[in-house]
Ligand binder design. Structure first.
Ligand SMILES: C[S@@+](CC[C@H](N)C(=O)[O-])C[C@H]1O[C@@H](n2cnc3c(N)ncnc32)[C@H](O)[C@@H]1O
Length: 281
């Protein structure tokens, strides 16, 4: 068995079965233009499994054993997980200045606010949310919240739960919040920070594939699903949004990424600000 992959190419038939499988399993579209990207992302899996070519890999993946053992690794390999703290910062301003006061006026201390970071990647988005919500709680006694954070990718979820980040990845966090919510490593040579335990305890991580059941028992107040749907086809996006809306409280909010759009979809949502939508009351 050889591990020299230099001349190894993904055959048309294998690319087709992989791309169909990926889009039916997790919604991610894989057009022919993504073939080289898929090849390069799967190279590490081939190396790990000591497999000589993509055909061997596909035959294994599509076997009974492969479907069980290899499928989660395939999904880890094909998802794109780019993220950072305070990404698209206007969302967090709007949340703090408009959504939270409106919500707290309606519910007061009688209810815990539930926010879902849907497609949370390595945790930067849910921890940003937890910082903003904690700040709001400090100025509004009686306000309480929980952030539910989910992703399909096991590797990013492990990182998210560890909550350790390189120092140069936290520069977008305002300095005051950085000092309040992050701990530096005691070892000065180790240039990493960790989210403080009090903030970590406000975020609950779990694996969730949008293509399956969500499994929430209670309706949610706010959903952040940003920079996820751009990887899906329009009908998949629309289906997913309908599922989100079914799980949302009346007057609940959905935040989507700035490069995503709901135009042309008849979802019964009211636009509150660019890329921020509210369900009818
Ligand atoms: C580009 S990241 C966005 C992270 C964060 N929301 C942000 O805006 O910075 C997209 C995330 O969606 C996740 N994802 C892709 N397909 C998914 C699916 N079918 N179910 C759940 N999560 C999925 C990926 O694993 C990835 O971590």
């Amino acid at each position: 068995m050889t591990t020299n992959l230099t001349n190894n190419k993904l055959a048309e038939r294998d690319f087709k079965r992989l791309s169909q499988f990926i889009s039916s399993e997790c919604g991610i579209k894989v057009p022919p233009s993504k073939r080289t990207m898929i090849e390069s992302r799967l190279q590490r899996r081939l190396r790990t499994l000591s497999m000589g070519d993509y055909k061997e890999y596909c035959d294994y993946l599509f076997s009974l054993k492969g479907m069980e053992i290899e499928m989660p690794h395939l999904l880890d390999a094909v998802t794109t997980n780019t993220t950072h703290f305070f990404r698209e910062p206007k969302h967090f301003d709007y949340l703090y200045d408009n959504v939270l006061p409106d919500w707290f006026e309606r519910f007061g201390p009688s209810k815990e606010l539930v926010v879902w970071s849907a497609g949370c990647s390595s945790g930067e988005e849910p921890y940003t949310l937890a910082m903003v919500l904690t700040e709001f709680a400090e100025h509004n006694p009686g306000f309480s919240f929980v952030v539910v954070a989910t992703d399909i990718n096991n590797q990013v979820l492990e990182k998210a739960q560890l909550a350790i980040y390189p120092e140069d990845k936290v520069s977008q966090i305002p300095p005051l919040l950085r000092r309040k919510y992050l701990l530096r490593s005691k070892n000065k040579a180790n240039k990493v920070v960790r989210v403080i335990p009090e903030l970590r305890s406000k975020v609950r991580f779990r694996r969730l594939n949008f293509m399956g059941e969500f499994g929430f028992r209670e309706p949610l107040d706010i959903i952040f699903c940003r920079n996820v749907m751009i990887y899906f086809d329009r009908p998949v996006q629309e289906n997913l949004l309908r599922k989100f809306i079914n799980h949302l409280h009346p007057k609940g909010y959905i935040f989507i990424g700035h490069s995503e759009s709901l135009s042309g979809m008849d979802l019964g949502l009211k636009q509150s600000a660019p890329t921020i939508y509210q369900k009818a009351g």
